[in-house]
Design a protein around this ligand. Sequence first.
Ligand code: 8YV
Length: 325
Amino acid sequence: RPKVFVARRIPDEGLNAIAAACDIDVWPGQLPPPPDELRARVADCDGLVSLLTDRVDAALLAAAPRLKVVSNFAVGFNNVDVPACTARGVPVGNTPGALTDATADIAVTLLLAAARRISESAGDARAGRWLTWEPLGWLGQDLAGRTLGIVGMGRIGFATAKRLHGGWGMKVLYTARGPKADADRELGATHVDLDELLARSDYVSVHADLNPTTKGLFGAAQFAKMKRTAVFVNTSRGPLVDQAALAQALRSGTVFAAGLDVTDPEPLPPDHELYGLPNCLIVPHIASATIDTRNAMARLCANNLLAGVRGEPLPNCVNPEARKQ
Ligand code: 8YV
């Protein structure tokens, strides 16, 4: 039977499907295995289930001569050195689709909560600072009919825009490698460049993947181009944002508020300056954290893993060219 290392406990549906066909070693810790432990555990493995906290790089591949597949329990795969896997002929699987709705739900939740100052006002109520009804207290931003800028109109960007266009009648602008016919047709959306999107949007929601061209995409210059009333939401990857620049923009009123599901680093240390800003709402990378979504991710992850150890094409593969190596 093939040997598989699973780098953290994932839902039973996935573990049971893998265990039915493979000998399975599941890392028992709540925290990820340290890199040297990960290398030791995969030394005689045919398959690896990794998470975004596990770095899959050339050193790990060198330590795992039998490895036939890396199945990443995520749609994003910036933790994996894909070219190194391809060069070794190791296919890399991911879980697209399974977390689209859950992630779009969190993007909308953060957008609404940041616009209406929910975290700040709830904290004030709890702390005894609700002294009276204030005509000018906790004033936020309206949503109806405003303009939404989607940075990266993929599956999750589309699902987010669909909610806000359908529910709040928002006009949709977006960036993408090119125009997207379904977004234009179904949402009346308009493909623009980033500068135009920043200048015209009341809400900016980031859904681009992390790669060398998107790292640091949002810095001081980008925040300066946004409206002072704008709300910034990131559910993609933390390193797309220069956090010092974001903190300065929030502190100085260059932008109105931010809602973040992702940060750099993760976890964000408790003394980080962003936590001290009342107009910054941070949740700990929970976009896919629903029972059904994590079960669906586990099923896709197991299917990729099992196909890989059998030498079959993965149902969801980010480097199909790896099989030709
Ligand atoms: C996952 C994510 O839960 O799928 C992704 O890319 O960012 C998350 O929502 C996480 O990556 C699990 O490893």
